[in-house]
Design a protein around this ligand. Sequence first.
Ligand SMILES: [Zn+2]
Length: 325
Amino acid sequence: MTSQELRECLFGVYAANLTLCFPEAKDTFLCPFCLRTFNKEAVQGDKPKVILAHCVPDALRGRLQTLACAECDNRAGRDIDMHLINRLETSSFLRGESPDSRRVWFHSSRHRARADYRIIKGDGGKFEHEFKLDGKHSPPGQCEGIKEAMAGGEARKHRVRVTQRGQMAFSMRLSRVALLRAGYLLAFRQFGYSYILNPNLNRLREQFRRPREAIIPGRPVVQLSPDTFAENTICLTTAPKEALAFLAVLRCRTDGGSVSVHGVVLPGLGDGGDSVYEAIRADQEQHDAVSLTYKDLAPVMVQLDDPESVSRPYDIWEQYLPEQV
Ligand SMILES: [Zn+2]
């Protein structure tokens, strides 16, 4: 299937899902972020206005795709997702799991040279730091200076410093907004419009529009063990009681092959379901780390063009609620 065919296919599915929610809406795609509407032409041609959007970014090997308007998706890729990609790539690098080296400045005994830096995890979990000095791209005489200082023992008197510009820069907060956005897109793919247009989700969209502001409080993302859940699944959190919510399971894989699985808290469908974020923050203020227990929902993929899809997230939510009271 070509990209355009996939866009057209998803357009058909989402348009049908929107009609099920709002019978007057016909052949229309509503962007899950800006809520602007588009007709089918928007997914066609060389410069489509509605594009395929990866739930987990492509750079982190996300396979599942959905649709979003090009403006919203491109902006998020640039302003938000980069922070998640840089964070996961950097932690993979620092754990010695990445085969890639990084361009750095190597500072030692008053000299400064360009180098390729790699961390290697050796036997027994010991880390080795490998530097390859690059005389060609270093200021004249600097590499020689470092080598001499090392050979003569002079370098041992000074601390070695490594600096790097750009690549390692990320904001932890924005990387969490990126995970929230990926979780939101997964819920859009799994549950469709009846879920994401519930008022409990308004604050999340506000957060994506203004990613640098702390609109969603707390840290509503937990690290999960890689083997616990199937990819792209949505679970339910079952404790603490104030934090009942959906939990989107996202699997990220870096270039170096490090896999991490993140659980992203998404509001439930009861009144004021988005107060879950305040509950999590209160819990984090007391215990530092939030501890959630969760329950798998088995395969939850809803056929979005099936008339039952509209009530499905609500059915799941209600079925599950009595267990809690
Ligand atoms: Zn949009």
